[in-house]
Design a binder for this molecule. Structure first.
Ligand SMILES: Nc1ncnc2c1ncn2[C@@H]1O[C@H](COP(=O)(O)OP(=O)(O)O)[C@@H](O)[C@H]1O
Ligand code: SF4
Ligand SMILES: [Mg+2]
Length: 361
């Protein structure tokens, strides 16, 4: 892997559960993130996937310093940034920017697009002197495929896809090195999702960005990810290069997620087994002992309740160099090679301009 830009180790976020009005007493904790490790290489895109509630957004918020971890460290270019404050924090924040999930609520409806995209310059005036800002904002609009003349319009005058382009432009304003995109297309119509993903893909190479791309659907991230991590109940359970995860998943949870992805090829469809997971995801306030996936795993045995499986290359694949030799937190990891069961989602070419504008012209 390329030189790491971000190194995350043992990252934990527990939200205390309290009871009582006068004497607040902690009675438990929501273990939203419960020991996450990964690295993000320079210029790399890492997809982070998992069902709703597994802790993806909490990881994202900690990476961009919107929340403080309960434990663990985040390193940026080798420097521990986990507990920075003041000037040092401000300098690091500039380099790690977030694209939010919902472009309808993340843009201030009372600000013009120009003010929204230019807002980061108020905090970092050294990046763009006042007289230069309008031009910079217009350049950014152009970069994300919007007409620079839109600079004085308001968010309600744009479609969902266009609003997300505005959100992306704002994230790029300070020329960050890392982009954390938290389900950037989940709130958009399926027809516009591909355009926004293609835009991110293009910007990633144009600006040599390192990107953490969060999604709840494995098929969405394949197109743009170099590596993929699968999360379950606050932890990464499997992580590897895209072909390793999609064609040779060794963790039962990943195998189940992939088996649910629709397959266009009828022959491949016939040859694969659809895995239906039993039960619901346990509450993050009460995580099962041993392997946290065991209450839904069809392969669970006694050992699974007793021993926490480490996220590492499983014993049986350690002496091989094949695609099954990647990190998987399972005592009984198996390469079931569900090849072709995960289709490459073919995306139409990016439409560089969405000319349709909602509301008045
Ligand atoms: N501020 C908070 N206080 C208490 N619980 C929270 C808070 N934020 C998130 N959670 C809980 O943490 C878990 C993970 O949430 P989140 O990171 O939003 O998951 P995801 O983005 O994967 O859907 C959920 O159970 C959620 O309810
Ligand atoms: S460790 Fe056991 S319960 Fe966990 S995924 Fe592997 S087989 Fe299933
Ligand atoms: Mg989320």
């Amino acid at each position: 892997m390329a030189e790491p830009v971000l190194e995350v180790s043992g990252l934990v976020k527990h939200y205390p559960l309290t009871r009582g009005i006068l004497f607040r007493k902690q009675v438990g904790a929501v273990k939203a993130v419960d020991g996450v490790d990964f690295t993000l290489g320079r210029g790399e895109t890492l997809g982070l996937v998992g069902e709703s509630g597994c802790g993806k957004s909490t990881v994202a918020r900690m990476l961009v310093s919107l929340e403080r971890p309960t434990a663990g460290t985040i390193r940026y270019r080798g420097e521990d940034i986990t507990r920075l404050s003041g000037k040092a924090l401000k300098a690091v924040r500039r380099n790690i920017q977030m694209v939010f999930q919902d472009p309808y609520t993340s843009l201030n409806p009372r600000m013009t697009v120009g003010d929204i995209i230019g807002e980061p310059y108020e905090i970092h005036p050294e990046v763009a002197p006042k007289g230069d800002r309008r031009r910079k904002v217009q350049d950014l609009l152009d970069v994300v495929g919007l007409d620079p003349e839109y600079v004085n319009r308001y968010p309600h005058q744009f479609s969902g896809g266009q609003r997300q382009r505005i959100g992306i432009a704002r994230a790029l304003a300070l020329r960050p090195e890392v982009i954390v995109a938290d389900e950037p297309v989940s709130a958009l119509d399926v027809s516009v999702q591909a355009q926004v993903i293609n835009l991110l893909d293009r910007l990633q190479s144009e600006f040599e960005l390192s990107c953490l791309f969060i999604a709840h659907d494995l098929s969405l991230v394949r197109h743009i990810s170099d590596r993929v991590g699968v999360m379950y109940l606050g932890r990464i359970v499997e992580i590897g290069r895209d072909t390793e995860i999609y064609d040779h998943p060794t963790h039962p949870y990943t195998q189940a997620l992939l088996s649910a992805v629709p397959v266009p090829d009828p022959e491949a469809r016939e040859h694969r087994e659809r895995i239906i997971l039993a039960g619901d995801v346990p509450s993050p306030t009460n995580i099962p002992s041993g392997c946290r996936f065991r209450t839904r795993c069809w392969k669970a045995q006694e050992r699974c309740a007793l021993e926490v499986p480490a996220l590492a290359v499983p014993e049986e694949f350690r002496r091989t160099t094949g695609p099954a030799a990647h990190d998987s937190a399972c005592h009984f990891a198996e390469d079931v090679s569900i090849r072709r069961s995960a289709p490459e989602v073919v995306l139409p070419p990016e439409e560089t301009r969405e000319d349709h504008v909602n509301g008045s012209a």
